[in-house]
Design a protein around this ligand. Structure first.
Ligand code: ATP
Length: 202
């Protein structure tokens, strides 16, 4: 039977990666939309050529790879260019994610996407798991991980879907406010539950 898809989301620093890694260690096939977004612009992929034709060689690093930060800055202030880029990349990212999900041999597969709710992708998955943490913990863990300032983290928080909006679309909520061994046990509990589900396909 074709695996059903679990959408995994949560705000910045909520613990999506930590949770996804635990599922992966239990043998669940995991695809990360952020990784797919990087793969579609790797050297040799047609999207990179199109980006260079549009924005010039200056969006390339010396290595020939895309200067993602530079490109982000270039389109940041220009709505039309940003739209062009999104129109190019979004379908490619979706296809890349779908291609990798199709390789799954586990009973269900996980699509990790920070923007699962904002992008409407939640409609395409069988079930949604939201990793949720109190905002104070989210800020503390992210500033510790990224050496970012509290203001920077707050700015990203504000640009993401509001917590309530995300939780509205959740089938399951994992509140990641304890230590990592507790988190691992929760993931195992959810995994056992997910293995009993057959009807979550869409
Ligand atoms: P982003 O959206 O920014 O990529 P994320 O949702 O993937 O973040 P993680 O990178 O998994 O979040 O977690 C953020 C940081 O908090 C990491 O350094 C991670 O190791 C740590 N962390 C996650 N869960 C816990 C926990 N239960 N206890 C302690 N540290 C944790």
């Amino acid at each position: 039977m074709k695996p059903w898809i679990l959408g995994l989301t949560g705000g910045i620093g909520s613990g999506k990666t930590a949770v996804a890694d635990r599922f992966a260690s239990l043998g669940v096939h995991v695809v990360d939309a952020d990784q797919a977004a990087r793969w579609v612009v790797e050297s040799g992929r047609p999207a990179l050529q199109q980006i260079v034709e549009r924005f010039g060689q200056e969006v390339l690093l010396q290595s020939g790879e895309l200067d993602r930060a530079g490109l982000r800055q270039k389109v940041f202030a220009d709505g039309a260019e940003r739209q062009w880029l999104e129109k190019l990349l979004h379908p490619l990212i979706r296809a890349e994610v779908a291609r990798h999900l199709a390789l799954a041999e586990s009973p269900y597969a996980i699509m990790v996407s920070p923007l699962l709710v904002e992008s409407g992708q939640y409609r395409q998955v069988g079930r949604v798991l939201v990793v949720d943490v109190p905002e104070s913990l989210q800020i503390a863990r992210t500033t510790a991980r990224d050496q970012a300032s509290e203001e920077q983290v707050r700015a990203i928080l504000n640009a993401q879907a509001q917590r309530e909006e995300r939780l509205k679309h959740a089938d399951d909520v994992l509140v990641n406010d304890r230590d990592l061994s507790w988190l691992a046990a929760e993931v195992e509990r959810l995994h056992r539950f997910y293995l009993t589900l057959r009807g979550a396909q869409k």
